[in-house]
Design a protein. Structure first.
Length: 82
């Protein structure tokens, strides 16, 4: 089935679906809908590109699995003090 045919079937179904089903469908796709609404601004894209380049040319800071794990454990311990 083509994407166009699927869109048409979904559109027709949504027109007649009960409220509970509409809410369920929305819940399944809401993260994607909200992500599309939040477009990345130019400064965010520049930062992503900068980090990507630093990773590619080995100038960016990276962490071993052990360093990452220890940082997560320390962060968890620090939060327990609240």
């Amino acid at each position: 089935m083509t994407a166009t045919a699927i869109r048409q079937k979904l559109s027709n179904y949504i027109k007649i679906a009960d409220e509970e089903k509409i809410k369920a469908i929305y819940t399944m796709v809401s993260d994607e809908i909200n992500t599309e609404e939040n477009e990345w601004d130019e400064s965010f894209v520049k930062e992503l590109n900068r980090r990507s380049k630093s990773f590619t040319n080995n100038t960016g800071k990276t962490y071993t699995w052990e360093e990452t794990k220890q940082a997560a454990i320390k962060s968890h311990i620090d939060l327990e003090g609240f």
